[in-house]
Each structure stands twice: as C-alpha cells, then as structure tokens.
Design a protein around this ligand. Structure first.
Ligand code: PMP
Length: 386
C-alpha cells in the first residue's frame, strides 16, 4: 500500500529517528531499564540520571528551572491536572473560572465537569478572526475569579492568542493563568522566564517525540500549589504519582533538545512552505482562510472550499492525508465547534479542511498536493457532488 502525503502534523508527528534511536537504549536488558525511584542500585541511578537530563533539556528550552517541570502522560492529562489542581487547591478563594470556546476538548470538557461540581464557569467567544479580546476577558472578571485558562495556538485554525497580554492582566488581578501550549511548541519561541504564565501544558508527540508523554510547567517561585489528581508513590514532587516511563521521557527530552537547536531554521522553512501552499490555494475560486493569517502558526492552514463538502473532498484527495477539523473532533463526527464559535456559517464549517505541515514535509509534496487539490476541486465543482 502506498501511503498518502502526510499533511496532518497537527494531529501527531512521526518520531524523529534520532529520538527513536535514543529511546531504544532505555528499554532492554542491555540498556538502562531501571526504575528511577530505585535509589539503592546503579540501575535506578542511571534511569534517574536519564530522566533528569531530559527534564533539563525541556526546562532549558523554555528558560525555566528543571524543578518547575513535571512529567505527565500527555497534554490531556496536563490540562486536567493544571485546571483541577488549581481549582481544588484554591476554591476557598473563589469558584469562578474562565476559558474560551476555542479550547481543545481536554480543557473544555474539564470545565464542563467542574461546572457540574458547582464551579462557576465562563466561556469567552473569539471574533471572526479567531482571536479572543482582552476586553471580553475584562468584562467577565469577578471578585471570585481564580483561574483563566487559554490555548496558545489553536489546533484547528493555528490562530495565536496573545498570552503575554492576558498573562499580564491576570497577574495584575492575582488570578492564576494557565496556557495550553501543545500546538505552539516548536513553532513559536516560548520564554517562560519572561512570559507571565503560571502553568503551561505541552506534550511530546506534536514535536517528533513519542506519544503518551507530556509535561506541565508550574511556576514554583510563586509557591503555586496544585492538588494531585493521581495518588501513589509520590513521584514528581507528589503531584503526579506513577513509575516514570523512562524511555518515553528520554524521547521527549531528545525531541526538545533537537527543537532547541533546529527550531529557528525549521520555522523559516515552514513559513516558506505555508506561503507556497496558500498562494497555490488562492488560485482556486471560492475559497477562504479560517482565522487570521497575521497571527497564526507557520505550520497550519485551515481553508474553506465553499460549496464543497469537506468529507467528500477528503475522500477525493486520497493521495493526501488531511483532516476536516481537529483529529479529536473528527473521531466523534462532530462539526467544528471552533469554527462555529468564530461565527462561521454552515457552508464554511462543512467545507473546511485543515492542512498542517511539519519537519518532513518537502516542497515537492506541497507542489504535488496543490495539483491534486486543484484537480479534485474542479472535478467536484464540475459534478453534482457539491
Ligand atoms: N491541547 C491541544 C491544543 C491539542 O492539539 C492536543 C492534541 N490534539 C491536546 C491538548 C491533547 O494532547 P495529548 O494528545 O498529548 O493528550
């Protein structure tokens, strides 16, 4: 079977060969397979060293102390832990929490769950460009607001929220600020030494590391305490118990080390490829881009091919692997709540396709994809399958 061209890097990325090779050394009897909590022998010491080195790589990528990073099973867990961890720890101060309608489901559904438990939740709506305004946040702040949680770059549109502006405002009000940076890592520079962010979620599988591992940044300098959601052996400073998956963590550490070295050049290349793709698509009539292009990550383009159902278009595009919207949404066959919250009409929502590029995307692949997309559109617009 010939695999199609992969243009769905926002769903997941392949593991970089350098990462996979490193991970292999932390699995078998001939490698370092110990439990990092085993403090009585060299197997444990070596595993502990490997975890520390990975933690250092990630911390230095974000410009923070290693103690501020804890490992989780992925960004879904990090988002749950950050939000529930804060609200359970600080509910005596207030029960009001704020997020946006464009969040990933791991944030949205955590908020819906907390609402059922009696927390007061507010969902901010973006403008047609996908951006949340500071004014809309200011209007919703109350004396009992304890947390604001916002996505950095959206997984469907790539739109970037101004987390510095929101963070400054939250800090001035003494409100905790959590950011879901899962899609922005590796595309935007994130210096947590400067950014006023208290907690930040991220993972490994969007940046050429393995699936099933992620991290949460918690700014310990401000003595932020979060309530553990998993209890057990007290690993990760007691915040997240469970034996650490050393090979996964080593892989994630290596993925971040590579990003640290190569991100600048890589992003340059992404910008060029996205620009070429956009230019080519703009030659097709009746298309529009969802979300502002001015504030969007270099790897993602969400395009509506008006009057064409995106599911039919994707079937027609069997040489290219793309998503009608985010992977997590498409598995449940819902239409995009993100585009809906931006005020897009049904035609736009039903005709939108997400293209996402990555490390292994080539210029030839984009050229070939454009040719295939154009032919598919002409075929569909020529037929009755609109
Ligand atoms: N947040 C965003 C913005 C995402 O795109 C994703 C993955 N689709 C997640 C959270 C969840 O990440 P994970 O797969 O590591 O649980």
């Amino acid at each position: 079977m010939k695999f199609p061209i992969y243009l769905d890097y926002a769903a997941t990325t392949p593991v970089d060969v350098r990462v996979a090779e490193k991970m292999m050394k932390y699995l078998t009897i001939s490698g370092i397979f110990g439990n990092p909590s085993s403090s009585s022998h060299v197997y444990g010491w070596k595993a502990y060293e490997a975890v520390s080195s990975a933690r250092n790589n990630i911390a230095s990528f974000f410009g923070v102390c290693p103690e501020d990073i804890i490992f989780t099973s992925g960004a879904t867990e990090s988002n749950n832990l950050a939000i529930k961890g804060i609200v359970y720890a600080y509910q005596s101060r207030g029960k009001h929490i704020i997020t946006s309608m464009t969040e990933h489901k791991s944030v949205l559904n955590t908020f819906y769950y907390l609402k059922k438990l009696g927390f007061l939740v507010t969902f901010l709506f973006p403008g047609r460009d996908g951006l949340i305004s500071l004014e809309s946040l200011k209007k919703e702040i109350r004396y009992d607001t304890i947390l604001v949680s916002l996505i950095h770059a959206n997984n469907e549109t790539g739109v970037i929220q101004d987390v510095e502006m929101f963070g400054k405002f939250c800090r001035s009000k003494g409100i905790f600020f959590h950011v879901d940076a899962t899609q922005s890592v590796g595309k935007l520079s994130i210096n947590l030494m400067k950014l006023p962010i208290d907690l930040m979620s991220f993972n490994s599988h969007k940046v050429y590391g393995p699936k099933g591992v992620g991290g949460l940044f918690i700014r310990k300098k401000y003595k932020i305490h979060i309530k553990a959601q998993i209890h057990g052996g007290g690993q990760e400073y007691g915040i997240r118990s469970g034996t650490l998956p050393v090979h996964q963590i080593v892989g994630m550490g290596e993925a971040y080390r590579i990003l640290h070295e190569e991100m600048k050049i890589e992003v340059h290349r992404f910008k060029y490829l996205k620009h070429y793709l956009l230019n080519g698509l703009q030659k097709i009539t009746k298309i529009s881009v969802n979300g502002t292009l001015k504030n969007s990550i270099s790897t993602l383009l969400n395009v509506a091919f008006h009057n064409i159902n995106s599911s039919i278009l994707i079937l027609e595009l069997h040489d290219i692997a793309v998503s009608p919207s985010s992977a997590c949404v498409s598995s449940t066959y819902e239409s995009s709540y993100v585009l809906h919250s931006m005020g897009c009409n049904n035609d736009t929502i039903n005709s939108s396709v997400r293209f996402s590029l990555g490390r292994f995307t080539t210029f030839e692949e984009i050229k070939f994809s454009l040719y295939k997309i154009k032919s598919a559109i002409f075929r569909l617009r020529d037929s009755n399958m609109l």
